[in-house]
Design a protein around this ligand. Structure first.
Ligand code: 5GP
Length: 209
């Protein structure tokens, strides 16, 4: 039976550690494919074009929107972010579990287009931990940190749109929780339509009296 890939959206407040969770998950398991987003924000030190993001000009981003090259996009603190369509569709058709690390606006757009998509929200154990992690990352200045924390306050309103919440207190635990949720989705009825139709038919053919 061909395996149907599960499309998973992972969101969470800036600094919560979702990037670290996704990297660890992917390094430990082969079945995952992580989409690389396009953005108009500047690269942070150490970020690479094509690996962390496709860093685009406003013009290039807007022409991708026009050409229907993105399955979703959003503006987050003054910059565009979006998910290129081709990679996601190809990997899903290959049976990979595709992970999108995107914000809450994007998550809603994905759920509309892919009703079977799994929506996971990552939270910190406390508000203070969130601030300390964001500061400790050392990649943003004080004003950007302030913007991102106030954005987190707004984002609390979106949590209700998600299906699962994972607390990132202990990294290993959080990675295992995300993996467990995604792998359970393979057992949803909706992900086994074809198999169940064939099996039910076989059982009826063989045993119906
Ligand atoms: P950062 O600038 O910290 O890399 O990302 C800022 C926010 O943009 C994060 O919440 C991240 O999940 C979100 N984001 C990253 N890529 C995408 C994308 O392709 N689409 C949407 N909607 N949000 C994204």
């Amino acid at each position: 039976m061909p395996r149907k890939g599960v499309l998973t959206v992972i969101s969470g407040f800036s600094g919560v550690g979702k990037g670290t969770i996704v990297k660890k998950l992917v390094s430990e398991h082969d079945e995952y494919a992580v989409s690389v987003s396009a953005t108009t924000r500047n690269p942070r030190p150490g970020e690479e074009n094509g690996r962390d993001y496709f860093f685009l000009t406003n013009e290039a981003f807007e022409s991708m929107i026009k050409d229907d090259g993105l399955i979703e996009y959003a503006k987050y603190v003054d910059h565009y972010y979006g998910t290129p369509r081709a990679y996601v569709e190809r990997k899903l058709s290959e049976g990979k579990d595709v992970i999108l690390e995107i914000d809450a606006q994007g998550a809603l757009q994905i759920k509309k287009q892919y009703p079977d998509a799994l929506l996971i929200f990552i939270v910190p154990p406390t508000a203070d931990v969130l601030r300390e992690r964001l500061k400790g990352r050392g990649t943003e200045d004080a004003d950007t940190i302030k913007d991102r924390l106030s954005r987190a306050a707004e984002e609390t309103a979106y949590i209700k749109n998600y299906e699962y919440v994972v607390v990132n207190d202990d990294l290993e635990r959080a990675v295992l929780d995300v993996h467990t949720v995604i792998q359970s989705a393979h057992m949803r009825l909706g992900n086994n339509d074809e198999f169940l139709t064939i099996l039910s038919q076989q059982i009826k053919n063989k045993f119906e009296v």
